[in-house]
Write a protein that binds this ligand. Structure first.
Ligand code: SF4
Length: 225
């Protein structure tokens, strides 16, 4: 059966975070998330309000924190990328929490059309993606929604990108990583929360000590989306 996706917005920009920082990317943001992070900067994606459904063509022009969404098939998403004449090769599927739905059909079809895919997830849902999809897991622990980061999600992740505000967050990450037999095949990134100076200093120090990567959300420094 064909899977449809609830798209909040679709736009082309530069990936500003994590392993693919600096790469041109097409972002497909899906509507829906029940994880409940207090500092979430896309709270507009949380609820799927039937009254907010709209045609995809009305959302593609970067919807600016709108809660509107379009119900689109995998082929429909590719058709829209073509219609907009986007040139980036990397498609980043984000949210919201994109893993609330099965992403295998979309990621496989994107690969068939020659795209590379990346999924950004909190790790609180099973990750159903093509084997060649790069999975960036940004673990969300003790959030209001009461969700738990799944062991299977940690195992599938290619990259673990942890939001850090204070020392406690590093301890939390250490506990999660201890669940894995090895982290050698994974890229570990620390990302200071909200560009705070203390958090950036802490992340820089720990990254140097442990040979991890610093992810600073360059799009926020550059003022691009
Ligand atoms: S998982 Fe992502 S979209 Fe959901 S609340 Fe947390 S930061 Fe926001």
């Amino acid at each position: 059966m064909q899977q449809n996706y609830k798209v909040n917005e679709l736009f082309q920009t530069i990936q500003g975070e994590g392993f693919y920082t600096g790469m041109p990317a097409i972002f497909v943001r899906l509507q829906g998330c029940d994880v409940g992070c207090a500092w979430c900067d896309t709270k507009n994606t949380w609820d799927i309000d039937p009254d907010k459904q709209a045609p995809l063509s009305e959302l593609s022009d970067h919807s600016d924190q709108s809660s509107q969404w379009a119900d689109v098939s995998a082929q429909g998403i590719i058709d829209e990328i073509k219609r907009l004449r986007y040139s980036a090769n990397l498609v980043v599927i984000t949210g919201g929490e994109p893993c609330m739905v099965d992403l295998r059909e979309l990621t496989t079809l994107l690969h068939e059309f020659g795209f590379q895919t990346q999924v950004e997830t909190s790790g609180t849902y099973p990750i159903l993606v093509d084997d060649n999809t790069w999975v960036t897991l940004s673990p969300k622990v003790n959030m209001r929604g009461g969700k738990v980061v799944l062991q299977t999600a940690l195992e599938r992740a290619n990259e673990i990108k942890h939001p850090v505000g204070r020392e406690k967050d590093i301890e939390q990450l250490d506990k999660l990583l201890a669940q894995l037999p090895s982290t050698q095949d994974k890229t570990i990134c620390l990302q200071p929360i909200s560009q705070k100076a203390n958090a950036t200093e802490l992340c820089s120090r720990v990254c140097i000590e442990r040979n991890w990567r610093l992810s600073v959300q360059v799009h926020k420094y550059l003022g691009i989306d």
